[in-house]
Design a binder for this molecule. Structure first.
Ligand code: HEM
Length: 407
C-alpha cells in the first residue's frame, strides 16, 4: 500500500477506524514519522520520540495569538457565531502561553500539589465507595453512567465548590462543549457547544458572586479571592479556569476508566494480577493510560522560524498534530507495545502530556483511577463484560458509549 493510501485510511469519519484505530496508527507510524494531513492542514507526528520532544519544544505553542494576528499566520478570523465558546476558552490554560499561562498556572497548581491531592483521598475514596456499593447491590451495572461519570464529576465539583445538585448541569455543558475540539464537526454541534458555553458563563458568574458573598475555601472561592504577589484573576479568567478543569478533568478520567477497564477485562489474566494484589492498582493505572488512551490528538502552532521536526521544515503559523495513540504503541519506546501488561508500570508515557502544558491534574487523575480500580478489584474479582461495547464516533476524545459489566 502506498503512503497516500495509508494516509487516506486515517479517516476520523470512518466508523471502522474509530472502532479500532490501532492497526492504521501502527502502520502509519512504521511507514513514516510525519505526514501532511490534507483535510486538517496539519503536519501529523506518529512516533514517540518526536511527540515527546515536540510537547517540550518552546518554539511551538498551543496558541499563536499572543504573538501574531490571525491574518499574519494566514488564518480566518474566529467565527462570530461561536463567540460564547471563544469567550469561555479565552483564558483557558490550554489556550495560553507565557506570561499569562505562567501566572494562571501558578495559582491553579497550588491546588494540585501531591500534598493537596493526598488530603483529598478520603473524599475521593468516599465517592467511589458509595457508588461501587450500589453497583454491587445491582450485580450488573454500566460502568460509565453508574460509576465513572457521577464519580469524576463529584470529585471535581467538590474541589471547585459547586453544589452537588448542579453537577448534572455541568456535565451536560461539558459534554456539549468538548465536541468543538473534534477534527470534524457540524454547525449543529458547534451551535450546541456555543449555547452550552453561554449558559456555563452565566452560571459561573453567579457562582463567583455567591462565593464572594460567602467564601468556602474551595477552588472557585479561592480563585475569586486570590492574592498571589499582588496578582488577581478577572471574572473571565476564573470562568475559563474552572471550565478547563471540568472539561479536561472529567472527560479524560471517565474515558480512561471505560477504555482501561475494557482493556483489563479483555485480558482476564491481567485483571487477576490486580485482584490478587500482584499488581497494585496504582501501577495498573499507567498501562490503562498507555494502551488505549482517552485523548488521541493534541495540536501545536509553529511560533518561530527554523523549526524542523522528523526532518520536515515547518513555517511559522503551521500546525502540528501529535498522535498519542500511535506514539504510545511505538516499539522503539515500549517493548511489546501491543501487549496489555497491567504490571508494566512505565510512568514516563505521554498520557499526561509534557512540557509547560503537562496535565496539572495528573496527581488527582492517577489517584481517582487508582481508587476506582482498587475498589472494583476488591468488590468484583470475577468482573466480566456483559455486552461487547462500542466507541463514540469521536477520535480526539475517544471513549466508549457504555460498558455493561457483571459481577
Ligand atoms: C486520566 C485523566 C487525564 C488525562 C489522560 C489527562 C491528560 C492531559 C494532557 C495530555 C494534557 C496536556 C495537553 C497538551 O499538552 O496539549 C492535559 C492538560 C491539562 N489537564 Fe489533564 N488529564 C487528565 C485528567 C485531568 C484532571 C483530573 C484535571 C483537573 C481536575 C486535569 C486538568 C488539566 C488541565 C487544567 C490541563 C491544562 C494544563 C496547562 O495547559 O497548563 N486533567 N491533561
Amino acid at each position: 500500500m502506498s503512503l497516500a493510501e495509508l494516509i487516506a485510511r486515517f479517516d476520523v469519519d470512518d466508523p471502522a477506524f474509530i472502532a479500532d484505530p490501532y492497526p492504521v496508527l501502527n502502520e502509519l507510524r512504521e511507514a513514516t514519522p510525519i505526514f501532511w494531513n490534507e483535510q486538517t492542514a496539519q503536519w501529523t507526528l506518529t512516533r514517540f520520540s518526536d511527540v515527546f520532544e515536540t510537547l517540550r519544544d518552546r518554539r511551538l505553542g498551543r496558541s499563536y495569538s499572543h504573538l501574531y494576528s490571525h491574518a499574519a499566520v494566514g488564518r480566518a478570523e474566529p467565527d462570530p457565531r461561536w463567540a460564547a465558546f471563544q469567550q469561555h476558552e479565552r483564558w483557558s490554560l490550554l489556550c495560553l502561553e507565557p506570561p499569562d499561562h505562567t501566572r494562571i498556572r501558578r495559582l491553579v497548581a497550588k491546588v494540585f500539589t501531591p500534598k493537596a491531592v493526598a488530603a483529598m483521598r478520603p473524599t475521593v475514596q468516599g465517592f467511589g465507595d458509595e457508588l461501587l456499593d450500589v453497583c454491587r447491590e445491582k450485580g450488573t451495572f454500566e460502568l460509565l453512567t453508574d460509576y465513572a461519570q457521577p464519580y469524576s464529576v463529584a470529585v471535581i465539583c467538590s474541589m471547585l465548590g459547586v453544589p452537588r445538585t448542579d453537577t448534572q448541569l455541568l456535565l451536560d455543558w461539558s459534554h456539549a462543549i468538548v465536541k468543538m475540539y473534534e477534527l470534524s464537526t457540524t454547525d449543529a454541534v458547534r451551535e450546541a457547544a456555543n449555547t452550552a458555553a453561554a449558559e456555563y458563563i452565566e452560571y459561573t458568574k453567579a457562582l463567583i458572586a455567591e462565593k464572594r458573598r460567602s467564601p468556602d475555601g474551595l477552588l472557585v472561592s479561592e480563585l475569586a479571592q486570590v492574592e498571589d504577589d499582588g496578582d488577581t484573576l478577572t471574572v473571565d479568567e476564573i470562568i475559563s479556569t474552572t471550565m478547563v478543569l471540568l472539561e479536561a478533568g472529567h472527560e479524560a478520567t471517565v474515558n480512561t476508566l471505560g477504555n482501561g477497564m475494557r482493556a483489563m477485562l479483555r485480558h482476564p489474566g491481567e485483571w487477576q494480577r490486580v485482584v490478587s494484589g500482584a499488581v497494585p492498582a496504582r501501577i495498573a493505572v499507567e498501562e490503562m493510560l498507555r494502551w488505549d488512551p482517552p485523548l488521541h490528538l493534541f495540536e501545536r502552532w509553529v511560533l518561530e522560524q527554523g523549526v524542523e521536526i522528523a526532518g520536515q521544515r515547518m513555517e511559522v503559523g503551521q500546525e502540528v498534530a501529535m498522535l498519542f495513540g500511535a506514539a504510545q504503541r511505538d516499539g522503539r519506546r515500549f517493548p511489546e507495545p501491543d501487549r496489555f501488561d497491567a504490571g508494566r508500570g512505565d510512568t514516563a508515557h505521554i498520557g499526561f502530556g509534557g512540557g509547560i502544558h503537562f496535565c496539572v491534574g495528573a496527581p488527582l487523575a492517577r489517584q481517582e483511577i487508582e481508587v476506582s480500580v482498587a475498589g472494583l478489584a476488591a468488590r468484583f474479582p470475577n468482573l466480566a463484560v456483559l455486552v461487547e461495547p462500542e466507541y463514540h464516533s469521536n477520535f480526539v476524545i475517544r471513549g466508549l458509549t457504555a460498558l455493561h459489566l457483571t459481577a
